[in-house]
Design a protein around this ligand. Structure first.
Ligand code: AMP
Ligand code: ZN
Length: 667
């Protein structure tokens, strides 16, 4: 008997260690938080019932995962505890009872939102941000000060009267809007999409380049003051003070004097959370009095004076109507479950992604099954299970398609990605249309007025099948298209004509060689004079180029082995599209800025930042992204801020206004 229990405990520990690793180190959880917490609870219960199997390394005693190597590891002066979780009001009532047993005076609580992001500890000294550290395993974390400083919500210097040294703890998170923005960009750049705002936020904090972190648009909220001496009687007062010093504290926190008020707060946010611009996964309750907090103290893993209340991921049951398959513009197949419409977390759900064949198999999905749909951290709802009791035994199991639903070609499965592809990239309709849409997009040939819808129409009318066909279009051909007036038709023709001046590197990106994104195209254009030169290059030569790996090289070689691609390129060239480096496009205009580094800051009025950076490059200079000793010139526009200050502090950097920069070029 007891052997069985030990086995069970050890299996759970091993499994939870793995989930911790997936979550904290890899940023790729494979189970929902709810499932994880359930398992932790199960283990906790077993450990309490069987103290003889105590293990100092049990996942129930540890807060997080291992430490990532890239950033220096620093110990936390005050341990970053985890929070105990509760899932229903009974749990909460028990917690309150335990508190009242210890404290024989009235107890007040502060109810706060439980932000779903990455926690951070920030050290302030003399009103200045000194150091920011991730939670790590609670005892030590990664020092990510430079990255945290890029987050606008976090004050770098404080106002008013504040203690000389203290820590502020808080959460760094991404708003839904910024998360969507990032994924939209990634979609444009053909990168894998991020799963959810929380993982994206914590992943962003560990990026090497703080300028990139900045671009992610992270937000922060601070919810805990920590120091050896606490300059207030209550947590509430500390929050109020922190706000005065310049910290962003939660607007939603409330003081509660009893359990009913706490329940009202929870019930309210369980609904209203869907309207927040960011995600929360629960509520945090804290005993307000600092004296009472210290009377209560800590358990091995969490404060006794605080408790998290976790919302259940909303789950509903509905009928699976059909499974359909979408073909993306890269040929990737996405199975989609079409559902009987059902209300979930405030929106009507009609579809859920099934991701890939493996997931369908794991669910053992049958036709017309009744399925459970959940909206967890992920944006698209997903099917998390099947109600087998309701299954009609006559219904067959879902069989994954073997042929492309658009063009009938036999699909290929890429094993290590578990994804099916349609290999017919030159003739499969969505892929063909997708390539043309990509060709005209802003970062490629930038043919304005030629939108996705028009391209689809042109394709349906058999007027275009590849980018080369654009150049033989006539106004008379496009005029009959729906909703196209004389003027728009002319604009399209003009736009196509104008695209002949777009430089080689953008054309190279536009023709859509698999894995050749914007940056790779630039690198290629730097190293190869013309499309001919690139065509002649062997895989071995290609991988010599910075940033070009084996996968990209192989894809380029394959591209040029296809005669249809060669024909399209020949035609593009004959119409005058730039398939080689222009006489002066990459040639230097001068070398007056040779060996000099530049950075632009503030609002520029004489030229855009992009233009400015191009001028630097064309005159032999180099753009860098941060103020450091390596910077020679800082060019400041209106309202220059911290960069200017920092440059002045360093002292060796020459500071120019826009006109002075132009004068420099004229030399
Ligand atoms: P857990 O990760 O489930 O143990 O929950 C603890 C974590 O909740 C903390 O480490 C914080 O990152 C996070 N958290 C979010 N909002 C709050 C809050 N208002 N007060 C304390 N912790 C919070
Ligand atoms: Zn196809």
């Amino acid at each position: 008997m007891s052997e069985k229990i030990l086995e069970k405990i050890e299996a759970l520990r091993a499994e939870l260690h793995q989930h911790n690793y997936n979550y904290y180190v890899e940023d790729q959880p494979t189970i929902s938080d709810f499932e994880f917490d359930q398992k932790i609870k199960e283990l906790q219960d077993l450990e309490i019932a069987h103290p003889e199997f105590y293990d100092p390394n049990s996942p129930t005693l540890r807060v997080g995962g291992e430490i990532t190597k890239n950033f220096p590891t620093v110990p936390h002066q005050f341990r970053m505890y985890s929070l105990d979780n509760s899932y229903d009001f009974d749990d909460l009532a028990d917690w309150e009872k335990r508190i009242i047993k210890v404290i024989d005076e009235p107890v007040e609580f502060v109810a706060e939102l439980k932000y779903d992001g990455a926690s951070i500890s920030i050290f302030y000294e003399n009103g200045k941000l000194k150091q920011a550290v991730t939670r790590g395993d609670g005892f030590q974390g990664d020092e990510i000060t430079a990255n945290v400083k890029t987050i606008s919500d976090i004050p770098l210097t404080l106002k008013g009267e504040f203690p000389v040294q203290f820590f502020m703890r808080g959460e760094i998170y991404l708003t839904r809007k910024n998360f969507d923005k990032i994924n939209l960009r990634r979609e444009e750049e053909e990168l894998d999409l991020f799963m959810n705002p929380r993982n994206t936020a914590s992943g962003s904090l560990k990026m090497q380049d703080s300028a990139e972190v900045r671009k992610r648009g992270l937000s922060a909220v601070l919810y805990q003051f920590i120091s050896t001496e606490i300059p207030a009687k209550t947590h509430w007062e500390l929050l109020t003070n922190a706000k005065k010093w310049g910290f962003k504290v939660s607007d939603q926190a409330r003081l509660c004097t009893n359990l009913t008020e706490i329940q009202d707060f929870i019930n309210y946010w369980d609904e209203a959370r869907h309207d927040l611009p960011f995600e929360i996964d629960g509520i945090v309750l804290k005993v307000n009095s600092i004296k009472q907090q210290s009377q209560l103290g800590f358990t091995a893993k969490s404060p006794r004076w605080a408790m998290a209340y976790k919302f259940k991921a909303e789950k509903v049951e509905t009928e699976l109507l059909t499974v359909t398959y979408q073909v993306g513009r890269t040929g990737a197949i996405t199975p989609v479950a079409n559902l009987k419409p059902v209300l979930l977390a405030g929106t009507t759900v009609k579809r859920a992604s099934l991701h890939n064949e493996d997931i369908i198999k794991k669910l053992e999905l049958h036709e017309h099954d009744f399925v459970y749909v959940e909206k967890g951290g992920e944006i698209i709802p997903k099917i998390v299970g099947v109600n087998e009791e309701k299954r009609n035994p006559q219904n067959r199991e879902i069989q994954y398609i073997t042929h492309c639903p658009e063009c009938g070609t036999t699909l290929v499965k890429i094993e290590d990605q578990a994804i099916h592809f349609c290999p017919n990239d030159l003739h499969c309709p969505p892929q063909v249309v997708g390539r043309m849409i990509h060709y005209v997009s802003r970062k490629a040939l930038n043919i304005e007025n030629l939108g996705a819808e028009t391209i689809e129409q042109l394709y349906r009318e058999k007027l275009v099948e590849n980018p080369a066909d654009f150049y033989t279009l006539t106004k008379e051909q496009i005029l009959p298209l729906e909703r196209l007036g004389e003027k728009s038709a002319q604009n399209i023709i003009d736009g196509i004509e104008k695209s002949k001046t777009i430089p080689f590197e953008k054309v190279l990106f536009g023709i859509g060689i698999k894995h050749v994104g914007e940056t790779v195209a630039k690198k290629l254009a730097k190293n190869f004079e013309s499309i001919e030169a690139l065509k002649e290059a062997t895989a071995l030569e290609l991988v010599q180029v910075e940033d070009i790996g084996g996968k990209i090289a192989e894809s380029i070689v394959n591209f040029f082995q296809n005669p249809e691609n060669i024909l399209i390129l020949e035609r593009l060239k004959s119409y005058g599209v730039q398939l080689e480096k222009g006489k002066n496009s990459n040639k230097l205009l001068s070398t007056v800025l040779e060996n000099k580094t530049f950075l632009f800051t503030g609002k520029l009025s004489l030229f855009t930042r992009e233009e400015a950076e191009e001028m630097v490059e064309k005159n032999g200079g180099k753009n860098i992204s941060a103020v450091s000793k390596n910077l020679n010139y800082l060019v400041v526009g209106e309202k220059a801020g911290s960069k200017l200050k920092k440059a002045q502090e360093i002292g060796t950097i020459e500071i120019l206004d826009e006109q002075e920069f132009l004068n420099l070029l004229a030399k």
